[in-house]
Design a protein around this ligand. Structure first.
Ligand SMILES: Nc1nc2c(ncn2[C@@H]2O[C@H](COP(=O)(O)OP(=O)(O)O)[C@@H](O)[C@H]2O)c(=O)[nH]1
Ligand SMILES: [Mg+2]
Length: 340
């Protein structure tokens, strides 16, 4: 494990399995125990604190008979982030880390929404993990083939798997992801069957399932906090309350992967500054006329791109500000050292 800057190796690592207010539940040397942050490592003004989240690997200083101390966060290979509401929007908050796959669950009955799926896919590609689309509740749907085709059209290069946790239909197709030490994040609106699928994969009831009325899909949110569970087969699962609840908003790099069908037409217009509205020789308009891209797909791309642009501007402004304050902190420290 490398430290958060990717240089110094850590060797006494644990993994965060749940985050409580001041305490972290960790998996350490095969046991579940508790730890808290070492104040001088995380709350010092000249350190750019990288607070741990569910799925993070952290460096531990053992404290016999008490909560261990977390002295550093390891470099993340993938993560989801959102704006931290408690910091008035100044810092991002990482909501899950170090997962290999994102299982995007969408139910084949009430919850089915292609435009929302595009968002989930974009956020997943952006996290640096591999998305897998899982269409749930096949037992409640009569037009599976049609819906499956719609999904395949917008999810190029992504595994799309149709399942029913009730009948067991399609579950064996998930076996190839179930390798020891693989971490999977479950993403999807409330009521899509995330907890039910976790139970089906675990072959026992480890997650609470919320009863919902299928006629209007209204259900109670039972997953209120993020947690990581290790199944008997060694697979780690991070269950989330849903992307809307998580507030993952940043589309960024993931856009080009999600909209890979649009990429070949970009930059092909007659004018390099084409706005794809009324300009002659517009490759996008032509592709839409030819039926190579749909108007809805293009609108969806523009919408997410606009959001990503806004997020980019915002992020760089925050980064500049952070660098500014970090410099001041370092200068202050050098200055006070000189005086003593
Ligand atoms: N018919 C049917 N219902 C399901 C299936 N999977 C889950 N459900 C139901 O959908 C509701 C929500 O499930 P839950 O796992 O709590 O969803 P979560 O909010 O995504 O965790 C519950 O009433 C489940 O019994 C399925 O494969 N078929
Ligand atoms: Mg749930």
């Amino acid at each position: 494990m490398l430290n958060e800057y990717g240089d110094k190796p850590y060797n006494n690592t644990a993994r965060i399995t749940a985050v409580h207010k001041q305490r972290y539940e960790i998996e350490y040397k095969g046991e579940t125990c508790f730890a808290k942050l070492k104040t001088s490592e995380y709350y010092s003004p000249d350190k750019c604190a990288n607070f741990p989240t569910v799925g993070d690997f952290v460096e531990i200083k053992e404290v016999p008979g008490s909560d261990h101390l977390i002295i550093g966060t390891c470099k993340r290979k993938s993560f989801f982030s959102r704006r931290d509401p408690s910091s008035a929007g100044y810092y991002d908050q990482i909501v899950a880390a170090n997962f290999d796959y994102v299982f995007i669950l969408m139910s084949l009955n009430m919850d089915f929404n292609i435009r929302r799926l595009e968002r989930y896919l974009t956020a997943s590609w952006n996290s640096n993990a591999t998305p897998v689309v899982i269409l749930t509740k096949a037992d409640l749907c009569e037009e599976i083939d049609d819906l499956l085709l719609q999904v395949q059209q917008i999810a190029a290069g992504v595994d799309v798997i149709t399942i029913s946790s009730y009948t067991g239909y399609g579950l064996e197709e998930l076996d190839k992801f179930m390798r020891p030490d693989v971490t999977i994040v479950f993403l999807g609106s409330s009521g899509t069957g995330k907890s039910t699928l976790v139970n089906a994969l675990a072959k026992k009831d480890i997650m609470k399932v919320s009863e919902i009325r299928e006629d209007d899909s209204k259900g109670r949110h039972t997953t209120s906090y993020r947690q990581m569970i290790r199944l008997d087969n060694g697979v780690c699962i991070i269950d989330t309350p849903g992307m809307r609840e998580l507030g993952i908003w940043y589309a960024g790099e993931g856009l080009s992967e999600t909209f890979s069908d649009i990429q070949p037409f970009l930059g092909q217009c007659k004018f390099t500054d084409c706005r794809h509205i009324t300009e002659p020789g517009c490759a996008i308009k032509q592709a839409i006329r030819d039926g190579q891209i749909t108007q809805e797909r293009w609108d969806s791309y523009l919408k997410l791109q606009k959001e990503a642009k806004y997020a980019d501007d915002y992020e760089s402004a925050v980064r500049e500000k952070e660098a500014f304050f970090r410099n001041i902190a370092i200068k202050n420290k050098q200055f006070s050292k000189k005086r003593h």
